[in-house]
Design a protein around this ligand. Sequence first.
Ligand SMILES: Cc1cc2nc3c(=O)[nH]c(=O)nc-3n(C[C@H](O)[C@H](O)[C@H](O)COP(=O)(O)OP(=O)(O)OC[C@H]3O[C@@H](n4cnc5c(N)ncnc54)[C@H](O)[C@@H]3O)c2cc1C
Length: 400
Amino acid sequence: MNIDLIPEELEFRDEVRGFLADDYPEDIRRKRDQGVALTRDDTVRWHKALYKRGWFAVEWPVEYGGTGWTPVQKYLFANELAEANAPLVVPFGVKMVAPIIYTFGNDAQKSRFLPDILASNVWWCQGYSEPGSGSDLASLKTKADFDGSDYIVNGTKTWTTLGQHADWIFCLVRTKSDVARRQEGISFLLIDMKTPGVTVNPIITIEGGHEVNEVHFDNVRVPTENLVGEEGKGWTYGKVLLQHERVNIAGVAVSQYRLNKLKTRAAESVRGADPLINNQSFARKIAALEIDLRALEYTELRTLASIATGQAPGPESSFLKIRGTEVQQAIDAMTMEAAGYYALPYVPAQYTLDFPDIDRIGEGIETRTSLQYFNNRKASIYGGSNEIQKNIIAKHVLGL
Ligand SMILES: Cc1cc2nc3c(=O)[nH]c(=O)nc-3n(C[C@H](O)[C@H](O)[C@H](O)COP(=O)(O)OP(=O)(O)OC[C@H]3O[C@@H](n4cnc5c(N)ncnc54)[C@H](O)[C@@H]3O)c2cc1C
């Protein structure tokens, strides 16, 4: 997008570039460029590099350690990081539970949890979904019964992303069953994963990765001081969190980076053949994606601008989620198309890939292409499926 940057903004952009040149760890950069998955330690080191520079909690209020940046600065920062192929921040602590704690938590919770989230000393995960309660989240059954001193938690959470690394989990739990509306009687609880009775079992996704888990609670004792806000108001807090989550999922800057990379590769000639970018049908699809991305960028900037005025993102976060993930998946599909059979994860040695008439750009794209394609089918499901986002738009934007 062509934004006319004022001198201070250009200076800021150079500062971010300088930071990336000096403080983006070289081994992590190499792994990212080779498509190698990062370990927990890699992620924490990257978080801490951002924290040291004061740039980890971009959205937080300044009083808690946030940046106080303008929407344009946030936009430039996200773009520079994407351009450097830097890892995305794992959102569960800094972008998800922290805003709930500083908005609805008490002073003791703020001073207990926020500094460790800011410094990435503690890894959080999200315990909303349950087997049978995903889109229909208000049907959740994990119970937290008050026994006179503590909550006793029983139930199962599922699809818990990176829960295998987590020290803490934030959960929506049912504290009251005899309620007029199912959304009532749900509370927001912070649970230490080391508490006896918590077990984590892996779920292996279609591309073979271990990213998600099932988390079981068997008579897990949770002190009442870990309840955020009022008992029974968890649904309200949980909804605010989901709106923040959806803005983050759109991933506009990263999509732009990936699209640029695809265009560069497609412009290269393979064995003297006409470059793929000269193929009319391929070029037309790239152009359509460029237009979609441009529209998304403007929507994202509008949303960032309204967040900067202190408003929580509203239903526009659903637009961003739908179109952002559709564009991501379209780029995945285009990259598969471009790579052709080179994208296959395992090509048996007896098959030669040396077809002289091939105009695909597979060589060098590596087998990560198909892993990314399959892994990212998730994007239109998590954070509330895209069908559910359309229901939200129908109700809250179109008034249907
Ligand atoms: C990779 C991955 C990571 C995730 N990480 C987390 C996490 O860390 N923490 C967490 O709590 N959850 C997480 N989730 C869960 C995610 O939020 C749910 O998967 C999602 O909300 C859908 O719920 P469900 O899987 O139960 O599917 P269902 O609700 O059973 O939906 C099945 C299908 O029916 C459609 N559908 C359902 N109801 C309607 C309706 N009313 N109108 C139209 N269509 C409908 C859905 O769109 C979907 O296509 C993750 C999911 C994935 C795939």
